[in-house]
Design a protein around this ligand. Structure first.
Ligand SMILES: Cc1cc2nc3c(=O)[nH]c(=O)nc-3n(C[C@H](O)[C@H](O)[C@H](O)COP(=O)(O)OP(=O)(O)OC[C@H]3O[C@@H](n4cnc5c(N)ncnc54)[C@H](O)[C@@H]3O)c2cc1C
Ligand code: SF4
Ligand code: SF4
Ligand code: SF4
Length: 369
């Protein structure tokens, strides 16, 4: 393969409109103390800040989820070879789980399982902390480090309490730059919570053994069908389209639809196909719904209210969940075989839908370039 640089990422990824803004390239380049690229605008792809000093090491290119350079090696590591026959990826078990701690349950997006697991690992001293995302407003999250239960509670934030100054914020996104945040905590053993594109980037870094992936103990992956990007104009349109005020949203859940719980406790369900105007365009170039490379994947889809669907993928992930269940940190729903099949079918259906969307988009991109 010819030597690569960030310019190749611009040509092969940014110019095609498929940069997922995961932050992997920036994270590596600054952790390695090169500082050649950065995010100028938080919600746009990274750019050169010192182009003439670029070492053309190519690492930013190799770890980018959109170049797919590491697919073969990572699929070998994760014993995963065929999207069509097994679109939800390799796994040991699939459960519906719930936090036993009432506060985690109350504040959780679904069953409060992710934060319960993070807290469990911190208390056991298996990790020093985790990179999570705090909720600032509906569709706005910021990556942050937590190492205490109180902070986990504070930031778990599916429940929203919008302060007035947030109307000043120009752009809203459910997206957060989890990976660049990593480089600030390289002396810690960390858990990382991320969307499939972020966890995939992390795995590429681990496969290549590049910084700052060395301190990641466990990858906790969220399901993700798509992500949203709102500027002021889009917010107005969203409010008009669905006849709601953003400030009246109390909670957001993602299952078969996007579910908004309002402050008056009314619930509005918006099907994904009504949200295409708000979707981040680069999400079309993503085929991974259930976070196939995580140690454990978590989603709302397929589980009853206040439960989280949990997929145990790696040996490490399996051990963590088994211990969390046996010590009573979380509990699992007893699903009979019929309901278990329904759960798996539903996740498989959404995984296939995402793969189909990706394939359609990819062929359009191929035609255009
Ligand atoms: C952008 C996005 C899209 C999603 N799409 C789907 C979907 O299509 N279908 C589906 O079934 N589930 C989806 N989920 C997952 C679902 O909403 C819940 O996060 C999941 O079920 C875990 O619930 P919980 O109550 O166990 O987690 P909790 O215990 O509430 O913990 C959630 C943890 O995730 C962290 N977090 C939240 N957002 C981010 C983020 N963007 N980056 C990094 N960390 C974050 C929080 O800080 C918290 O630590 C999505 C989540 C996100 C963030
Ligand atoms: S120094 Fe290496 S990682 Fe940084 S921008 Fe250049 S090629 Fe990419
Ligand atoms: S590594 Fe992530 S942020 Fe960098 S170009 Fe690729 S998708 Fe974009
Ligand atoms: S759909 Fe989700 S995982 Fe895929 S690029 Fe968008 S945010 Fe990332």
């Amino acid at each position: 393969m010819s030597p690569k640089s960030f310019q190749d990422l611009i040509n092969d990824v940014h110019d095609k409109g498929i940069c997922q803004e995961c932050g992997g390239c920036v994270s590596f380049c600054s952790s390695a103390d090169f500082h050649i690229i950065d995010f100028k605008d938080k919600y746009s792809p990274p750019v050169y800040v010192k182009k003439d000093e670029c070492l053309e090491c190519g690492i930013c290119y190799y770890i980018c989820p959109q170049t797919h350079v590491s697919d073969y090696d990572i699929n070998k590591t994760f014993t995963f070879s065929d999207y069509d026959s097994m679109p939800i990826g390799p796994y040991y078990e699939i459960y519906s789980c719930q936090a036993t701690d009432s506060e985690f349950l109350k504040n959780g997006s679904d069953g409060g399982v992710v934060n319960s697991i993070i807290n469990f690992l911190i208390e056991k001293k298996e990790i020093d902390g985790a990179i999570v995302a705090k909720t600032e407003a509906p569709f706005l999250r910021e990556a942050t480090f937590v190492n205490k239960k109180e902070d986990l509670m504070k930031y778990s934030g599916a429940l929203l309490d919008i302060s007035p100054q947030l109307t000043e914020i120009q752009k809203f996104s459910t997206y957060t730059h989890t990976i660049p945040e990593l480089k600030r905590y390289t002396d810690n053993k960390l858990a990382v919570v991320g969307t499939p594109c972020q966890i995939y980037t992390m795995r590429c870094m681990q496969e290549l053994g590049v910084t700052p992936s060395q301190n990641i103990e466990v990858c906790l992956g969220l399901f993700c069908f798509e992500n949203f990007l709102f500027d002021k104009h889009q917010i107005k349109k969203f409010e008009n389209d669905f006849n709601i005020q953003l400030e009246n949203i109390k909670k957001i859940n993602v299952k078969e639809d996007l579910i908004l719980t309002l402050k008056d406790n009314n619930r509005i369900k918006i099907p994904f196909n009504h949200l295409t105007d708000y979707m981040r365009p680069a999400c079309n170039a993503c085929n991974n719904f259930t976070n196939i490379y995580a140690d454990i994947s978590f989603g709302g889809l397929g589980s009853p209210d206040k439960y989280t669907t949990v997929i145990l993928r790696t040996k490490k992930g399996k051990d963590i969940i088994s211990e969390a269940i046996s010590t009573g940190v979380i509990k699992k729903l007893n699903l009979d075989p019929e309901n278990k099949d329904k759960l798996i079918d539903l996740i498989t259906r959404y995984s296939r839908l995402k793969i189909q969307r990706y394939e359609k988009f990819s062929s359009q991109i191929m035609e255009a370039h």
